[in-house]
Design a binder for this molecule. Structure first.
Ligand code: UN1
Length: 508
């Protein structure tokens, strides 16, 4: 289709990104040619953004508190129409946003295109969901009364989003909160302010009122903390580390006043279990995509590959070969499979952890760094063998894979994986259907992928999110997500008492 690198691929690409079914062919004018993307990347400017002071936070919260009611009282169809306009505008501006994602977040072109499309999908999906689910409902009953359940916004929602999906997750949170009838104070990751600023401008142009959406840049410790602590905050939606989610939870618990809900999507220690019946080529493709695509900087990424001892050596030999073929380099180059990690801190931390693993674990394979590259912060994909599942202690947010061998009862292995406490994504590779069913049911994990890779959940089709240390739910891009952004009101009218009460409900 002209959007991906056609030659020189080590392995077939997963059905993700350019091939995603619910947005395929979305913008032929942009995708028919690579030129608009190349031009957009070459001309992308990362505008500096103003950091929000404590006074800016207070001002914004006051403005949003005042603006909220007007937005909340708009019919849900109107709010949904604003999201649809935003989706259309974003689709047309795909090259510009890809340029920002490549330049600011160092996304590869394939990942950048996928991410813009995911953000478009979030806008359209939540628009459709709001219209389907947030309308007033008559609840029939035996009481001789008229009962109507209404859903509306809670007030000012604080949305705090990560750098790894600085457009898709940022947009998903913000538009979900908005379409449910909330005003939104959005705080994007410090590493990726420009893409957030451009998206907020687009949302305002699409019709989100100035006093229903504010953007506040700054560190979590100050700007984020001030937003969470603010008395007007009616809800918090956070995607990021488990540790920060805990900090937010504590801060909310310590507040006087209303009980404020937290929607948190956090980290993972995601495993894939491969039994002796699995197809080795499929396993290796799924592992390469899941562990190394996006330089492993996805919370859904594979961290722990559990290979049945009967097939481990063969699969590891193929994996070693596939890793040799991966291309590291400039994210703006179509041929690049793995680009740089986000910043110097991430780079240093990964270097330290990889050095530790080189001392403590057996090296299985690694991708060679390109000789003499000028591209900074490249971490070469690398795989190590551990002697037990329990040795895996922390999520390394990069292209680092751990491998263990197993034998015996796979249920005992899944019990060990459950004991890690995270519950985000889980892979199963087996040709025994009943085993896949049984192990999926045993896993206390939000997204289970059987005989495929473990990343790239499609909005509206594969609702995404975990449990335990991985977050609170509900799943983003799923049918229950918007409810958590709503307050519910049930109006009960004694219709026998007086003639005029029904007029209260007229117009819904
Ligand atoms: C994250 O990496 O923070 O399924 C979450 C996926 C993405 C993951 C997003 N939706 O790979």
């Amino acid at each position: 289709d002209g959007v991906g690198p056609a030659e020189g691929l080590p392995l077939p690409r997963a059905l993700y990104g350019a091939e995603r079914p619910n947005s395929a062919g979305a913008d032929p004018t942009c995708l028919d040619s690579r030129q608009p993307l190349a031009t957009a990347i070459a001309t992308t400017r990362l505008d500096p953004v103003p950091l929000a002071s404590q006074a800016d936070v207070a001002d914004a919260m006051q403005r949003l508190s005042q603006g909220w009611a007007g937005w909340n009282h708009r019919p849900v169809d109107e709010r949904a129409a604003v999201l649809r306009r935003a989706a259309d505008a974003l689709e047309v501006r795909l090259p510009e946003f890809c340029g920002l994602l490549v330049k600011e977040a160092h996304k590869t072109l394939g990942d950048a295109i996928s991410e813009v499309r995911e953000a478009v999908d979030f806008c359209r999906y939540y628009a459709q969901q709001a219209q389907a689910r947030l309308q007033p409902q008559e609840l029939p009953g035996p009481t001789g009364e008229r009962n109507t359940l209404r859903l509306h916004g809670r007030g000012v929602f604080v949305c705090i989003s990560p750098w790894n999906f600085p457009l898709a997750i940022f947009t998903g949170q913000v538009v979900a909160a908005l379409v449910a009838g909330n005003a939104v104070a959005a705080k994007p990751a410090e590493q990726t302010p420009a893409v957030a600023a451009r998206m907020v401008a687009l949302l305002h142009e699409a019709g989100v009122p100035a006093d229903a959406l504010a953007l506040l840049h700054g560190p979590g410790e100050t700007t984020g903390a001030a937003l969470v602590a603010h008395p007007a905050t009616a809800g918090v939606c956070f995607t990021g580390s488990t540790a920060v989610a805990r900090t937010i939870n504590r801060a909310l618990a310590a507040k006087d006043g209303p009980i404020v809900p937290l929607i948190a999507e956090t980290g993972g220690l995601n495993a894939m279990v491969v039994d002796s019946t699995a197809l080795p080529e499929q396993v290796v493709d799924a592992v390469v995509q899941s562990a190394f695509r996006s330089a492993g900087q996805r919370c859904s990424a594979l961290r722990l590959l559990c290979l049945h001892e009967g097939v481990a050596d063969g699969i590891l030999a193929m994996l070693r070969g596939a890793m040799l073929e991966l291309r590291l380099g400039d994210p703006a180059d179509w041929a690049t499979d793995v680009g740089p990690v986000i910043d110097d801190e991430a780079f240093q931390n990964l270097q330290t952890q990889i050095a530790r693993l080189r001392r403590e674990a057996a090296l299985i394979g690694e991708t060679p760094l390109p000789a003499g590259t000028a591209v900074p912060r490249l971490i070469a994909p690398v795989a190590f063998e551990l002697s037990s599942v329990a040795e895996l202690q922390q999520e390394l947010f990069g292209p680092v894979l751990h491998v263990v061998r197993w034998s015996g009862d796979p249920a005992a292995l899944v019990a060990q994986i459950n004991a890690l406490g995270y519950g985000l994504t889980f892979g199963l590779q087996t040709r025994i259907d009943s085993r896949a069913e049984r192990l999926a049911a045993q896993a206390r994990i939000g997204n289970v992928y059987v005989n495929r890779n473990m990343i790239g959940a499609v909005v509206g089709v594969q609702p995404f999110g975990g449990e335990g240390l991985s977050g609170t739910g509900p799943k983003a891009g799923g049918p229950h997500y918007l409810y958590r952004f709503c307050a519910e009101q049930c109006v009960t009218i004694n219709t026998a008492a007086a003639g005029g009460n029904a007029a209260l409900l007229a117009g819904g």
